[in-house]
Design a protein around this ligand. Sequence first.
Ligand code: PD2
Ligand code: ZN
Length: 287
Amino acid sequence: MMSRASTPSTPTPELLRWLREQLDAGQARDDALAAMRASGWDDAVARAALAQVAQVAQADLAGDGAAATTRIPGPDLAAGASRLEVEGRPVQLLMTLRDPRLVVLGGFLADAECDALVALARPRLARSQTVDGATGGSEVHAARTSRGMFFERGETPLLRRIEQRIAALLRWPLEWGEPLQVLHYAPGAEYRPHHDYFDPRQPGAAAVLRRGGQRIGTLLMYLNTPEAGGATCFPDAGLEIAALKGCAVFFGYERPHPDTRTLHGATPVRRGEKWVATKWLRERAFR
Ligand code: PD2
Ligand code: ZN
């Protein structure tokens, strides 16, 4: 590959062409990234190149059916539309960000769908747990004071409809998603900033990764509008997204690394309560 004496601040066409060839030939993204770095490319430029090429590959997948070797979940932003038709439902693209890779969506769920999810979840809530990095099991943690529950995938017609909508929006197979989780935050409850991917250095990682590989994307769906507080914050991006009933935020992380800038948390609910549903996407089928 060509290396650079002075590094440009954006990917050059030659770099993108080279990267495309590598990925088409089956090279892993991490290896391609390492090769670019080793050739003197700035880390941010190398990552930008990867994101651009991955999006091209993703367009291939949705469009002409050509085999795409690098796929990442996410809405189709290529046409620059402000509205997408997803399984017959108009969904607004309210805001997109490149780094972190994030999209805010309006009208993803109907009010009645939000209410029905809350009604189904309410009797099944238990204190939320976090993944214990040492064992791969779950534990109660002071950083997470919500209550929550998991549905089974495809548990009811409503869940199947929402799961299909998510798969269509993010262009990611339904089976590659974890079951939907619903969380309830009472006043004062929060979820302190964290990453949703699993830290591969933790001893418990192997057990978690066996079931579908890494998490590579998150869709948060707001099921009500808290009176005050309860926003989703992204401290590395200086971003706060208000929890508004029916709206959703998607963010993607190609690799389990803080430089994806996807550190995020739920700020404490100050007045009222907060209900949210989470869908995590895996690299492969989740079993
Ligand atoms: O409820 C939220 O806003 C929130 C924030 C951060 C939920 C999650 N993470 C999660 O479920 O991972
Ligand atoms: Zn999270």
